[in-house]
Ligand binder design. Structure first.
Ligand SMILES: Cc1cc2nc3c(=O)[nH]c(=O)nc-3n(C[C@H](O)[C@H](O)[C@H](O)COP(=O)(O)OP(=O)(O)OC[C@H]3O[C@@H](n4cnc5c(N)ncnc54)[C@H](O)[C@@H]3O)c2cc1C
Length: 386
Protein backbone atom coordinates (compact mmCIF):
# COMPACT_ATOMS: atom_id res chain seq x y z
CA UNK A 1 0.00 0.00 0.00
CA UNK A 2 1.28 3.51 -0.78
CA UNK A 3 2.22 5.70 2.16
CA UNK A 4 0.68 8.89 3.50
CA UNK A 5 0.16 11.59 0.86
CA UNK A 6 0.09 9.09 -1.99
CA UNK A 7 -2.96 7.27 -0.63
CA UNK A 8 -6.34 7.83 -2.25
CA UNK A 9 -9.45 8.46 -0.13
CA UNK A 10 -10.46 4.82 -0.60
CA UNK A 11 -7.03 3.63 0.55
CA UNK A 12 -7.24 5.86 3.62
CA UNK A 13 -10.72 4.48 4.29
CA UNK A 14 -9.46 0.89 4.11
CA UNK A 15 -6.53 1.73 6.36
CA UNK A 16 -8.87 3.35 8.92
CA UNK A 17 -11.39 0.49 8.68
CA UNK A 18 -8.73 -2.11 9.51
CA UNK A 19 -7.54 0.00 12.45
CA UNK A 20 -11.09 0.48 13.73
CA UNK A 21 -12.03 -3.19 13.51
CA UNK A 22 -8.77 -4.35 15.07
CA UNK A 23 -7.96 -1.70 17.69
CA UNK A 24 -10.72 0.85 18.19
CA UNK A 25 -14.13 -0.80 18.15
CA UNK A 26 -13.09 -3.36 20.79
CA UNK A 27 -12.43 -0.53 23.31
CA UNK A 28 -15.36 1.75 22.33
CA UNK A 29 -17.68 0.58 25.12
CA UNK A 30 -14.89 1.07 27.68
CA UNK A 31 -14.20 4.60 26.41
CA UNK A 32 -17.91 5.37 26.84
CA UNK A 33 -18.15 3.75 30.29
CA UNK A 34 -14.98 5.32 31.70
CA UNK A 35 -15.49 8.62 29.85
CA UNK A 36 -11.82 8.58 28.89
CA UNK A 37 -9.79 7.88 25.76
CA UNK A 38 -6.73 5.84 26.79
CA UNK A 39 -3.32 7.41 26.09
CA UNK A 40 -2.43 4.31 24.09
CA UNK A 41 -5.34 4.95 21.71
CA UNK A 42 -4.12 8.51 21.10
CA UNK A 43 -0.61 7.20 20.44
CA UNK A 44 -2.12 4.69 17.98
CA UNK A 45 -3.92 7.53 16.13
CA UNK A 46 -0.55 9.27 15.75
CA UNK A 47 1.19 6.06 14.65
CA UNK A 48 -1.46 5.41 11.98
CA UNK A 49 -0.96 9.03 10.79
CA UNK A 50 -4.62 10.04 11.28
CA UNK A 51 -3.51 13.06 13.36
CA UNK A 52 -1.48 14.39 10.40
CA UNK A 53 -4.17 14.04 7.71
CA UNK A 54 -4.69 17.03 5.46
CA UNK A 55 -1.40 18.57 6.64
CA UNK A 56 1.31 18.72 3.94
CA UNK A 57 4.27 16.32 4.28
CA UNK A 58 6.57 19.39 4.38
CA UNK A 59 5.14 19.97 7.90
CA UNK A 60 5.46 16.28 8.78
CA UNK A 61 1.78 15.75 7.91
CA UNK A 62 0.32 12.76 6.11
CA UNK A 63 -1.07 14.84 3.22
CA UNK A 64 -4.44 13.90 1.73
CA UNK A 65 -7.38 16.11 0.82
CA UNK A 66 -10.78 16.71 2.43
CA UNK A 67 -12.18 13.51 0.91
CA UNK A 68 -9.45 11.53 2.69
CA UNK A 69 -10.17 13.32 5.99
CA UNK A 70 -13.93 12.69 5.65
CA UNK A 71 -13.41 9.00 4.83
CA UNK A 72 -11.15 8.49 7.86
CA UNK A 73 -13.44 10.41 10.25
CA UNK A 74 -16.44 8.39 9.11
CA UNK A 75 -14.58 5.13 9.72
CA UNK A 76 -13.23 6.25 13.11
CA UNK A 77 -16.74 7.31 14.21
CA UNK A 78 -18.06 3.91 13.14
CA UNK A 79 -15.76 2.54 15.86
CA UNK A 80 -15.85 5.31 18.47
CA UNK A 81 -17.54 8.68 17.93
CA UNK A 82 -15.55 10.21 20.80
CA UNK A 83 -12.23 9.34 19.15
CA UNK A 84 -13.44 10.64 15.78
CA UNK A 85 -14.43 13.96 17.36
CA UNK A 86 -11.01 14.27 19.01
CA UNK A 87 -9.39 13.87 15.57
CA UNK A 88 -11.92 16.16 13.82
CA UNK A 89 -11.31 19.03 16.27
CA UNK A 90 -7.52 18.51 16.20
CA UNK A 91 -7.42 18.64 12.38
CA UNK A 92 -10.24 20.94 11.29
CA UNK A 93 -10.32 23.74 13.81
CA UNK A 94 -6.80 23.69 15.26
CA UNK A 95 -4.21 22.44 12.72
CA UNK A 96 -6.12 23.87 9.76
CA UNK A 97 -6.24 27.53 10.93
CA UNK A 98 -2.55 27.33 11.91
CA UNK A 99 -1.79 25.97 8.43
CA UNK A 100 -3.77 28.76 6.75
CA UNK A 101 -3.05 31.73 9.04
CA UNK A 102 0.10 30.83 10.99
CA UNK A 103 3.51 32.43 10.48
CA UNK A 104 6.33 30.10 9.53
CA UNK A 105 7.64 30.26 13.12
CA UNK A 106 4.17 29.36 14.52
CA UNK A 107 3.87 26.50 12.06
CA UNK A 108 7.32 25.22 13.00
CA UNK A 109 6.50 25.40 16.72
CA UNK A 110 2.92 24.07 16.65
CA UNK A 111 1.89 22.61 13.30
CA UNK A 112 4.78 20.16 13.07
CA UNK A 113 4.09 18.53 16.47
CA UNK A 114 0.34 18.58 15.74
CA UNK A 115 0.95 16.76 12.44
CA UNK A 116 3.12 14.16 14.16
CA UNK A 117 0.49 13.66 16.86
CA UNK A 118 2.91 14.85 19.56
CA UNK A 119 0.46 17.61 20.52
CA UNK A 120 -3.33 17.49 20.44
CA UNK A 121 -5.14 20.59 19.22
CA UNK A 122 -8.17 22.43 20.64
CA UNK A 123 -10.31 25.39 19.55
CA UNK A 124 -11.86 27.73 22.11
CA UNK A 125 -14.56 30.05 20.83
CA UNK A 126 -17.73 29.32 22.84
CA UNK A 127 -18.33 31.16 26.12
CA UNK A 128 -21.05 30.90 28.76
CA UNK A 129 -22.89 33.78 27.05
CA UNK A 130 -21.67 33.33 23.47
CA UNK A 131 -22.39 30.06 21.65
CA UNK A 132 -24.55 30.33 18.56
CA UNK A 133 -23.79 34.06 18.49
CA UNK A 134 -20.02 33.64 18.63
CA UNK A 135 -19.45 37.32 17.84
CA UNK A 136 -20.84 38.22 21.28
CA UNK A 137 -17.84 36.77 23.11
CA UNK A 138 -16.56 38.64 26.18
CA UNK A 139 -13.11 37.20 26.87
CA UNK A 140 -10.95 40.35 26.72
CA UNK A 141 -7.39 41.08 25.74
CA UNK A 142 -5.20 44.11 26.12
CA UNK A 143 -2.21 44.70 23.86
CA UNK A 144 1.11 46.20 24.97
CA UNK A 145 4.73 46.27 23.87
CA UNK A 146 5.40 42.96 25.66
CA UNK A 147 2.47 41.18 24.06
CA UNK A 148 -1.07 40.48 25.24
CA UNK A 149 -2.93 39.87 28.47
CA UNK A 150 -6.13 37.77 28.27
CA UNK A 151 -8.93 37.40 30.83
CA UNK A 152 -12.26 35.61 30.68
CA UNK A 153 -13.60 32.08 30.30
CA UNK A 154 -14.54 29.54 27.64
CA UNK A 155 -17.19 26.85 27.75
CA UNK A 156 -17.73 23.37 26.24
CA UNK A 157 -14.19 23.13 24.82
CA UNK A 158 -13.24 19.75 23.32
CA UNK A 159 -9.76 18.21 23.76
CA UNK A 160 -8.77 20.92 26.25
CA UNK A 161 -7.45 18.57 28.95
CA UNK A 162 -5.10 16.80 26.54
CA UNK A 163 -4.40 19.83 24.39
CA UNK A 164 -0.87 20.81 23.49
CA UNK A 165 -2.11 24.01 21.88
CA UNK A 166 -5.40 25.92 21.92
CA UNK A 167 -6.56 28.30 19.17
CA UNK A 168 -8.46 30.79 21.36
CA UNK A 169 -10.53 33.86 20.56
CA UNK A 170 -10.80 37.10 22.54
CA UNK A 171 -11.98 40.65 21.95
CA UNK A 172 -10.07 43.89 22.47
CA UNK A 173 -13.36 45.64 23.21
CA UNK A 174 -16.88 44.24 22.75
CA UNK A 175 -17.95 47.70 21.50
CA UNK A 176 -15.79 47.10 18.39
CA UNK A 177 -18.09 44.21 17.39
CA UNK A 178 -16.62 41.59 15.10
CA UNK A 179 -13.62 43.79 14.23
CA UNK A 180 -12.46 43.61 17.86
CA UNK A 181 -11.97 39.84 17.85
CA UNK A 182 -8.51 38.28 17.44
CA UNK A 183 -7.20 34.70 17.50
CA UNK A 184 -4.37 33.56 19.78
CA UNK A 185 -2.25 30.45 20.18
CA UNK A 186 -2.27 29.47 23.84
CA UNK A 187 -0.06 26.63 25.04
CA UNK A 188 -1.45 24.96 28.19
CA UNK A 189 0.87 25.57 31.09
CA UNK A 190 0.80 29.32 30.44
CA UNK A 191 0.34 31.06 33.81
CA UNK A 192 -3.28 31.96 34.60
CA UNK A 193 -4.67 29.45 32.08
CA UNK A 194 -6.54 26.53 33.62
CA UNK A 195 -9.04 23.83 32.79
CA UNK A 196 -12.04 24.02 35.11
CA UNK A 197 -15.13 21.83 35.26
CA UNK A 198 -15.59 18.97 32.83
CA UNK A 199 -19.05 18.20 31.41
CA UNK A 200 -20.45 14.76 32.24
CA UNK A 201 -22.21 14.14 28.92
CA UNK A 202 -25.03 11.98 27.56
CA UNK A 203 -22.97 10.88 24.57
CA UNK A 204 -19.54 11.30 22.96
CA UNK A 205 -18.26 10.21 26.36
CA UNK A 206 -14.48 10.06 26.32
CA UNK A 207 -14.28 13.27 24.31
CA UNK A 208 -13.40 15.91 26.92
CA UNK A 209 -15.74 18.90 27.06
CA UNK A 210 -14.50 21.47 29.57
CA UNK A 211 -14.61 25.02 30.78
CA UNK A 212 -11.40 27.08 30.47
CA UNK A 213 -10.52 29.93 32.80
CA UNK A 214 -8.15 32.74 31.81
CA UNK A 215 -6.89 34.92 34.66
CA UNK A 216 -4.47 37.56 33.39
CA UNK A 217 -2.89 35.16 30.90
CA UNK A 218 0.26 36.80 29.48
CA UNK A 219 1.14 35.90 25.91
CA UNK A 220 4.11 37.07 23.82
CA UNK A 221 3.49 39.21 20.68
CA UNK A 222 3.97 36.16 18.42
CA UNK A 223 0.98 34.41 20.06
CA UNK A 224 -1.36 36.35 17.74
CA UNK A 225 -2.67 34.09 14.93
CA UNK A 226 -3.32 36.02 11.71
CA UNK A 227 -3.84 39.80 11.72
CA UNK A 228 -5.30 41.54 14.76
CA UNK A 229 -9.07 41.88 14.28
CA UNK A 230 -9.32 38.88 11.91
CA UNK A 231 -10.38 36.50 14.70
CA UNK A 232 -14.02 36.03 13.79
CA UNK A 233 -13.12 35.42 10.14
CA UNK A 234 -10.57 32.79 11.23
CA UNK A 235 -13.16 31.19 13.52
CA UNK A 236 -15.97 31.12 10.96
CA UNK A 237 -13.88 29.83 8.05
CA UNK A 238 -12.42 27.15 10.34
CA UNK A 239 -15.91 26.16 11.48
CA UNK A 240 -17.19 25.86 7.90
CA UNK A 241 -14.43 23.31 7.21
CA UNK A 242 -15.03 21.76 10.62
CA UNK A 243 -18.67 21.13 9.77
CA UNK A 244 -17.67 18.78 6.95
CA UNK A 245 -15.58 16.84 9.46
CA UNK A 246 -18.33 16.73 12.09
CA UNK A 247 -20.81 15.68 9.38
CA UNK A 248 -18.46 12.80 8.50
CA UNK A 249 -18.33 11.79 12.19
CA UNK A 250 -22.15 11.82 12.38
CA UNK A 251 -22.20 9.75 9.19
CA UNK A 252 -19.94 7.17 10.86
CA UNK A 253 -22.36 6.84 13.78
CA UNK A 254 -25.27 6.54 11.30
CA UNK A 255 -23.33 3.83 9.46
CA UNK A 256 -22.60 1.89 12.65
CA UNK A 257 -26.28 2.07 13.69
CA UNK A 258 -27.34 0.94 10.21
CA UNK A 259 -25.01 -2.11 10.34
CA UNK A 260 -26.33 -3.05 13.80
CA UNK A 261 -29.86 -2.80 12.44
CA UNK A 262 -29.04 -4.88 9.35
CA UNK A 263 -27.67 -7.68 11.54
CA UNK A 264 -30.82 -7.60 13.69
CA UNK A 265 -33.17 -7.62 10.67
CA UNK A 266 -31.38 -10.66 9.22
CA UNK A 267 -32.50 -12.60 12.29
CA UNK A 268 -36.09 -11.44 12.10
CA UNK A 269 -39.22 -12.16 10.07
CA UNK A 270 -40.96 -8.90 11.01
CA UNK A 271 -41.84 -6.99 7.82
CA UNK A 272 -41.83 -3.61 9.61
CA UNK A 273 -38.15 -4.09 10.42
CA UNK A 274 -37.39 -4.42 6.69
CA UNK A 275 -39.12 -1.08 6.10
CA UNK A 276 -37.09 0.49 8.90
CA UNK A 277 -33.89 -0.92 7.39
CA UNK A 278 -34.73 0.43 3.92
CA UNK A 279 -35.56 3.89 5.33
CA UNK A 280 -32.30 3.90 7.28
CA UNK A 281 -30.36 2.98 4.13
CA UNK A 282 -31.95 5.84 2.18
CA UNK A 283 -31.07 8.33 4.94
CA UNK A 284 -27.52 7.00 5.14
CA UNK A 285 -27.02 7.19 1.36
CA UNK A 286 -28.35 10.77 1.20
CA UNK A 287 -26.09 11.89 4.05
CA UNK A 288 -23.05 10.18 2.54
CA UNK A 289 -23.55 11.84 -0.80
CA UNK A 290 -23.94 15.30 0.82
CA UNK A 291 -20.80 14.87 2.93
CA UNK A 292 -18.88 13.80 -0.21
CA UNK A 293 -20.20 16.79 -2.16
CA UNK A 294 -19.18 19.26 0.55
CA UNK A 295 -15.68 17.72 0.80
CA UNK A 296 -15.27 17.74 -2.99
CA UNK A 297 -16.28 21.39 -3.33
CA UNK A 298 -13.89 22.37 -0.58
CA UNK A 299 -11.06 20.40 -2.21
CA UNK A 300 -11.83 22.07 -5.55
CA UNK A 301 -11.62 25.54 -3.97
CA UNK A 302 -15.32 26.18 -4.77
CA UNK A 303 -17.69 27.92 -2.30
CA UNK A 304 -18.83 25.24 0.12
CA UNK A 305 -20.46 27.00 3.10
CA UNK A 306 -24.02 25.96 2.16
CA UNK A 307 -22.92 22.43 1.31
CA UNK A 308 -21.04 22.09 4.62
CA UNK A 309 -24.06 23.26 6.62
CA UNK A 310 -26.45 21.04 4.64
CA UNK A 311 -24.15 18.03 5.11
CA UNK A 312 -23.84 18.69 8.85
CA UNK A 313 -27.58 19.22 9.26
CA UNK A 314 -28.61 16.13 7.27
CA UNK A 315 -25.88 13.79 8.59
CA UNK A 316 -26.52 14.64 12.23
CA UNK A 317 -30.28 14.19 11.72
CA UNK A 318 -29.67 10.88 9.93
CA UNK A 319 -27.49 9.69 12.81
CA UNK A 320 -30.22 10.44 15.37
CA UNK A 321 -32.98 8.98 13.20
CA UNK A 322 -31.14 5.76 12.27
CA UNK A 323 -29.79 5.20 15.79
CA UNK A 324 -33.28 5.72 17.21
CA UNK A 325 -34.82 3.28 14.73
CA UNK A 326 -31.98 0.90 15.61
CA UNK A 327 -33.10 0.91 19.23
CA UNK A 328 -36.68 0.12 18.12
CA UNK A 329 -35.52 -2.76 15.94
CA UNK A 330 -33.31 -4.18 18.70
CA UNK A 331 -36.17 -3.99 21.21
CA UNK A 332 -35.53 -4.07 24.97
CA UNK A 333 -32.09 -5.62 24.48
CA UNK A 334 -31.05 -2.46 22.63
CA UNK A 335 -31.43 -0.25 25.68
CA UNK A 336 -29.39 -2.46 28.02
CA UNK A 337 -26.45 -0.72 29.71
CA UNK A 338 -23.75 -2.25 27.51
CA UNK A 339 -25.81 -2.57 24.31
CA UNK A 340 -24.40 -0.98 21.18
CA UNK A 341 -27.72 0.59 19.98
CA UNK A 342 -28.17 2.72 23.12
CA UNK A 343 -24.55 3.96 22.98
CA UNK A 344 -24.94 4.88 19.31
CA UNK A 345 -28.18 6.75 20.05
CA UNK A 346 -26.54 8.72 22.89
CA UNK A 347 -23.55 9.57 20.69
CA UNK A 348 -25.79 10.53 17.75
CA UNK A 349 -27.88 12.87 19.91
CA UNK A 350 -24.95 15.18 20.59
CA UNK A 351 -24.07 15.87 16.93
CA UNK A 352 -26.94 18.32 16.26
CA UNK A 353 -25.44 20.55 18.98
CA UNK A 354 -21.75 20.76 18.04
CA UNK A 355 -20.00 23.13 15.59
CA UNK A 356 -23.23 25.06 15.17
CA UNK A 357 -26.60 23.70 16.20
CA UNK A 358 -29.18 22.58 13.64
CA UNK A 359 -30.92 25.98 13.91
CA UNK A 360 -27.61 27.72 13.24
CA UNK A 361 -27.05 25.59 10.12
CA UNK A 362 -30.55 26.60 8.97
CA UNK A 363 -29.74 30.27 9.53
CA UNK A 364 -26.45 29.96 7.62
CA UNK A 365 -28.19 28.22 4.71
CA UNK A 366 -31.10 30.69 4.59
CA UNK A 367 -28.77 33.69 4.77
CA UNK A 368 -26.69 32.41 1.86
CA UNK A 369 -29.79 31.45 -0.17
CA UNK A 370 -31.06 35.01 0.25
CA UNK A 371 -27.71 36.47 -0.81
CA UNK A 372 -27.11 38.20 2.51
CA UNK A 373 -23.57 39.17 3.51
CA UNK A 374 -21.99 36.82 6.01
CA UNK A 375 -21.30 38.52 9.34
CA UNK A 376 -17.55 38.52 8.95
CA UNK A 377 -16.20 42.00 9.28
CA UNK A 378 -16.70 45.04 11.46
CA UNK A 379 -20.02 45.94 12.96
CA UNK A 380 -22.13 44.94 15.88
CA UNK A 381 -22.77 41.30 16.51
CA UNK A 382 -25.41 39.99 14.08
CA UNK A 383 -25.76 36.46 15.33
CA UNK A 384 -24.58 33.12 14.00
CA UNK A 385 -22.98 32.67 10.63
CA UNK A 386 -20.42 30.51 8.87
C1 LIG B 1 -19.89 18.01 22.94
C2 LIG B 1 -19.63 19.43 22.62
C3 LIG B 1 -18.36 19.82 22.19
C4 LIG B 1 -18.11 21.17 21.89
N1 LIG B 1 -16.82 21.53 21.52
C5 LIG B 1 -16.54 22.85 21.33
C6 LIG B 1 -15.19 23.27 21.05
O1 LIG B 1 -14.27 22.45 20.94
N2 LIG B 1 -14.94 24.60 20.90
C7 LIG B 1 -15.93 25.54 21.03
O2 LIG B 1 -15.64 26.73 20.88
N3 LIG B 1 -17.23 25.17 21.29
C8 LIG B 1 -17.55 23.86 21.47
N4 LIG B 1 -18.83 23.46 21.76
C9 LIG B 1 -19.87 24.48 21.91
C10 LIG B 1 -20.90 24.46 20.83
O3 LIG B 1 -20.38 24.89 19.60
C11 LIG B 1 -22.04 25.32 21.34
O4 LIG B 1 -22.65 24.59 22.38
C12 LIG B 1 -23.05 25.66 20.29
O5 LIG B 1 -22.49 26.60 19.41
C13 LIG B 1 -24.33 26.25 20.90
O6 LIG B 1 -24.03 27.32 21.71
P1 LIG B 1 -24.67 27.43 23.18
O7 LIG B 1 -24.29 26.19 23.90
O8 LIG B 1 -24.25 28.71 23.80
O9 LIG B 1 -26.22 27.42 22.94
P2 LIG B 1 -27.16 28.64 22.53
O10 LIG B 1 -26.48 29.47 21.50
O11 LIG B 1 -27.59 29.32 23.77
O12 LIG B 1 -28.38 27.88 21.88
C14 LIG B 1 -29.36 27.20 22.65
C15 LIG B 1 -30.46 26.76 21.70
O13 LIG B 1 -31.05 27.91 21.05
C16 LIG B 1 -30.96 27.79 19.64
N5 LIG B 1 -30.66 29.10 19.05
C17 LIG B 1 -29.67 29.96 19.42
N6 LIG B 1 -29.68 31.06 18.64
C18 LIG B 1 -30.68 30.90 17.74
C19 LIG B 1 -31.20 31.70 16.68
N7 LIG B 1 -30.67 32.89 16.39
N8 LIG B 1 -32.26 31.21 15.97
C20 LIG B 1 -32.79 29.98 16.26
N9 LIG B 1 -32.36 29.20 17.27
C21 LIG B 1 -31.32 29.64 18.01
C22 LIG B 1 -29.82 26.85 19.40
O14 LIG B 1 -29.94 26.18 18.17
C23 LIG B 1 -29.95 25.87 20.57
O15 LIG B 1 -30.88 24.89 20.28
C24 LIG B 1 -19.13 22.13 22.02
C25 LIG B 1 -20.41 21.72 22.45
C26 LIG B 1 -20.66 20.41 22.75
C27 LIG B 1 -22.04 20.01 23.21
Amino acid sequence: MPVDGERTAEEWRRHAREFVDRDLHPIAARIDREDRIPEEAIRALARERFLGLGIPPSWDGAGGDGRCVAAVLEELARGSAAVAVLVAVHLSVCASPILVWGSEAQQERYLRPLARGERIGAFALTEPGAGSDAGALRTRYTAGPDGFVLAGSKMFISNAVSAGIVVLFATRDPALGHAGISAFLVPPGTGGFSVAQRLDKLGLRGSETTELVLERVRLPPDALLGPEGAGLRIALTSLAGGRVGIAACALGVAHAAFEEMRAAVRDSDDPWKRHALARAYAELAAARSLVGEAADRRDAGAPFVIEASVAKLVASRAAVSIASAGVDVAGPAGVGGSAEPQRLLRDARVFPLVEGTTEVQELVIARRLLGEEPAREAGPSRGPDG
